[in-house]
Design a protein around this ligand. Structure first.
Ligand SMILES: NC(=O)c1ccc[n+]([C@@H]2O[C@H](COP(=O)([O-])OP(=O)(O)OC[C@H]3O[C@@H](n4cnc5c(N)ncnc54)[C@H](O)[C@@H]3O)[C@@H](O)[C@H]2O)c1
Length: 453
């Protein structure tokens, strides 16, 4: 359905996801008022400056122009809007459940503003929440603060998005799926209409109840993490099987259309702000209702052992005291986000093991990891490579293509543990090791063969 041009959106939470979402809505021609409790973020948006690093965000903000503004005043935003999106943090607690405190606070502010008018308004939660949270916690909070009944002049939706940092704008405008858990179809249709304004493709749009959308959101990410851990488990198997290579195996496995190639690659552990948390949350949601989430738990276990696996490969070629350079510190290319980054877990493990560890990432500043003071982050890739006995490439950033040439000019002949297969094994000037590759059978000691066998 097409959204009327008069719809104004409020976006609560202008962080890694919310700033891009607000900018994309504005760029698509919708009036948007962003709300954040952090006045620095609000001021940046009002100056027309991207508050965070994300490819395409500045351009989207420029295209949004005067249609996008920001405020710290929740009531003012709600009074000028028809639809409020809530995209505030939902950190995980120790048990792996998402904590709703920030969402509840935002809903309280929105509800209090709604209590002073009776104009129809839809509130849509984009933040990731636990199954059951909309019904048992968030809807009562909104109803309590607004004094409204669900359905008459109030709609309430759960509308999570599927984005990866570094490609947020593209993921928002070219999604595979838009998931809308709705209190009623009028509310869900309004949310769909807003999304339709930003699509550049024709994705599936699924309307359902809150519980189904809550489970579907974390199920999708958990399925993807399962594929990653499955590929990494195959990598472990191939590493110990003479002649085997995980790249050849996963390429063949992914050719089966029931499986597919996406995320089926033996490389590093998954990290970032969503995959690890969503996987653990699904397991927690299942155990909360007495279901054994064996698959999700195994996926997490395989993921957690990847740092040790990689460290063992490093230790084989670079004994304690040696210098290891890690290229790729964020959890993926094109972002500076370090949450659950495989590189940081590896760095901590190697420092504990007595190595000097240097690191470089084109997106990450030298002071980004204060919690690991022995980890020396350098400004230039050369500063890392020039000193390294071993180099571990943990993300497939195009900037690392210069590594063999830099190593050659430094005259160090380091071992390069190339998790993403950026370099062929026979690259001059470096000794490339591909994790997930077993030794060549001709390098194996042959078992004694009896005359009869
Ligand atoms: N970042 C991702 O890759 C991603 C992907 C999918 C889903 N999500 C979900 O989206 C939500 C937001 O994630 P994020 O990474 O953008 O978080 P973030 O920490 O980058 O940004 C959140 C913003 O919300 C603001 N905020 C906090 N309380 C507020 C309030 N009461 N009113 C207004 N603003 C408030 C903060 O100041 C901050 O600017 C989380 O639930 C997360 O799980 C994130």
């Amino acid at each position: 359905m097409a959204v009327e041009t008069s719809v104004t959106c409020a976006v609560f939470g202008l962080g890694k996801l919310g700033a891009s979402f607000a900018a994309v809505l504005g760029a698509a021609g919708l009036p948007v008022v962003g709300v954040d409790v952090d006045s620095r973020v609000v001021d940046a948006i009002n100056r027309g400056e991207a508050p965070i690093q994300e490819p395409g965000l500045q351009d989207a903000m420029t295209r949004a122009g005067d249609r996008l503004r920001a405020t710290t005043n929740a009531a003012e935003a709600v009074h000028s809007a028809d639809l409020s999106f809530v995209i505030v943090p939902t950190p995980s607690d120790e048990s792996g459940r998402f904590v709703n405190a920030y969402v509840a606070r935002a809903l309280d502010g929105i509800g209090q503003a709604l209590a002073t008018t009776d104009r129809y308004h839809v509130v849509s939660i984009t933040s990731t929440v636990m199954p059951g949270a909309m019904d048992t916690e968030l809807a009562p909070t909104l109803i309590g603060a607004s004094g409204r009944a669900m359905g008459a002049n109030l709609g309430f939706c759960y509308n999570p998005t599927f984005i990866a940092l570094g490609s947020v704008i593209q993921n928002l405008t070219r999604p595979d799926l838009v998931l809308i858990g709705e209190s009623d179809s009028r509310a869900g249709d309004l949310v769909e209409g807003v999304h339709r304004r930003i699509f550049e493709t024709d994705p599936a749009v699924r309307h359902m109840n809150w519980a189904n959308a809550e489970i579907a959101k974390i199920a999708i990410n958990t399925f993807v993490t399962t594929k990653i851990s499955f590929a990494n488990m195959l990598g472990e198997l191939c590493e110990r099987t003479p002649g085997a290579d995980v790249a050849a195996v996963t390429e063949a496995v992914g050719d089966d259309h029931r499986i597919g190639h996406a995320y089926l690659r033996g490389a590093t552990a998954y990290g970032g702000p969503c995959f690890p948390r969503d996987n653990v949350a699904l397991a927690r949601a299942a155990s909360d209702v007495g279901v054994e989430a064996t698959l999700a738990e195994a996926t997490d276990r395989v993921n957690r052992r990847q740092a040790d696996r990689l460290a063992h490969i490093v230790e084989r070629d670079c004994p304690p005291g040696g210098t290891v350079a890690i290229l790729g510190l964020a959890y993926k290319p094109q972002t500076n986000v370090l949450d659950e980054s495989p590189a940081l877990t590896l760095a901590a493990r190697l420092i504990d093991g007595g190595h000097r560890v240097l690191g470089f990432d084109p997106m990450v500043g030298v002071d980004a990891v204060p919690e690991l003071p022995a980890f020396e982050i350098t400004r230039r890739i050369e500063d890392c490579v020039d000193a390294a006995d071993a180099v571990v490439v943990t993300t497939p950033s195009p900037e690392f293509a210069a590594l063999p040439e830099l190593a050659r000019s430094a005259g160090r002949n380091p071992v390069v543990i190339d998790c993403w297969r950026l370099f062929p094994e026979a690259t001059p000037g470096v000794r490339v090791v591909h994790p997930g590759r077993g030794t060549d059978p001709k390098d194996q000691p042959r078992p004694a063969v009896s005359a009869r066998s």
